[in-house]
Design a protein around this ligand. Structure first.
Ligand SMILES: NC(=O)c1ccc[n+]([C@@H]2O[C@H](COP(=O)([O-])OP(=O)(O)OC[C@H]3O[C@@H](n4cnc5c(N)ncnc54)[C@H](O)[C@@H]3O)[C@@H](O)[C@H]2O)c1
Ligand SMILES: [Zn+2]
Ligand SMILES: [Zn+2]
Length: 371
């Protein structure tokens, strides 16, 4: 049965998000309908409201959600009504060359599911019956969402859904940048630039991977204090002297630098903070026209590297359970990440608070009675 649902929508770039009543249609072949429990508010959602991430409005926001399957379409065998699931903002077909080579974040179909389902169609319409695009095949900042099975991962572990949701982006992206993209070796030194929702997870990824020195870099003193709680051993206020301070602190430069801001100038600072043989991992999503420059000679002569990381180079069905295992063992902090829960009507406030840097992560909870 189609569902009426409240949803958080970007109607126009550079305008506050709106909360609207929308219609979510039944799942078709290889799709599931999910009653969402919670959805984290990621900087990428904010970037979609400004056109920095240029997904066309009107757009149902949200790509970091968790909920319960309430209907399955034809041909769905791996999910059943009642399953608890997390969205994956990367659609994983399992068949293309990238999926076959173990890199589903580079899946060929993912690039087709940027603001629609993978087949280019939509199950979402507004009050006037007009189609609504969806963020990265998800659009899960809504009470209901119909997704392709390739954008859904089952949660079999006993994790509350408001925290499980964060594994759908911030946690996987930050921790995965360390575990998967950087393949960090124990005893390493690291600097993390930008310690918001993603950067804090890079910090805790470094701690779990056994880094001996973890330097948090941010413009906000409050964020730096939070970073210490997640495992930062040192903090540096972001200014033009940051790279020099980091090189001094680490005895010549760090082994790994993680850029979790999304700005070319910060990529340069991250690269300038590296020691010989160091690797800069770029996670932040910069505006399309943004560029960066590094000293070319340092790449061969000092064996330095620059590498991008998308969704923490995740293999979601393999990595999510690993992350939940780390949560169960006490190593991965999820409870502490959620610093504010919002009702859906408070979504505009949640976006304002994200922009003002008020939360580690803010989460929209759709129905406090669900679990
Ligand atoms: N690669 C991926 O797969 C992926 C996934 C999710 C998010 N992202 C991107 O990662 C970035 C961070 O997302 P988030 O949700 O953690 O954002 P956030 O707003 O929670 O955190 C950003 C942090 O960066 C800090 N900051 C801003 N300018 C800075 C500067 N010049 N130097 C140092 N710190 C600075 C802010 O104070 C804030 O603490 C965004 O660009 C987002 O789009 C990428
Ligand atoms: Zn995100
Ligand atoms: Zn694929």
């Amino acid at each position: 049965m189609p569902q009426q649902a409240k949803a958080v929508i970007c109607r126009e770039w550079n305008q506050p998000v709106t909360v609207e009543e929308i219609r979510v249609d039944d799942p078709k072949r290889n799709e599931v309908m999910v009653r969402m429990h919670a959805c984290g508010v990621c900087h990428s959602d904010l970037s979609a409201t400004t056109g920095v991430i240029a997904l066309p409005p009107p757009l149902v926001l949200g790509h970091e959600g968790a909920g319960e399957v309430v209907a399955v379409g034809e041909g769905v065998t791996e999910f059943a009504v009642g399953d608890r699931v997390i969205s994956s903002f990367v659609s994983m077909c399992g068949q293309c060359g990238s999926c076959q080579s173990g890199r589903p974040v580079l899946c060929d179909t993912a690039s087709k599911a940027l603001w629609t389902l993978p087949d280019g169609t939509l199950r979402t319409t507004d009050g006037d019956g007009k189609p609504l695009n969806i963020f990265s095949g998800c659009g899960v900042m809504a009470e209901y969402a119909t997704l392709h099975v390739n954008n859904v991962v089952k949660v079999t572990e006993d994790v509350p859904l408001d925290r499980a949701a964060l594994v759908g982006c911030a946690v996987m992206t930050g921790v995965g940048a360390v575990f998967n993209t950087a393949d960090m070796q124990p005893g390493s030194t690291a600097a993390v630039f930008g310690v918001g929702g993603v950067g804090l997870n890079a910090i805790q990824g470094c701690r779990i991977a056994g880094a001996r020195q973890i330097i948090a870099v941010d413009m906000s003193e409050a964020k730096l204090a939070t970073a210490k709680e997640f495992g930062a051993t040192h903090t540096v206020l972001a200014d033009e002297t940051a790279a020099k301070a980091i090189r001094k602190m680490s005895g010549g430069g760090v082994d790994y630098a993680f850029e979790c801001v999304g700005r070319g100038s910060v990529v340069e600072t991250a690269f300038a903070s590296l020691g010989k043989g160091g690797l800069a991992v770029i996670v932040g999503v910069a505006p399309r026209e943004d560029k960066t420059s590094v000293r070319t000679l340092a790449l061969p002569a000092e064996e330095k590297g620059l590498k991008g990381s998308w969704f923490g180079s995740a293999r979601p069905r393999h990595d999510f359970p690993r992350l939940f295992g780390l949560y169960a063992s006490g190593a991965l902090k999820l409870d502490e990440l959620v610093t504010h829960r919002y009702g859906i009507e408070e979504a505009p406030q949640a976006f304002e608070d994200l922009e003002a840097g008020k939360n580690a992560r803010g989460v929209i909870v759709f129905d406090a009675m669900q679990g």
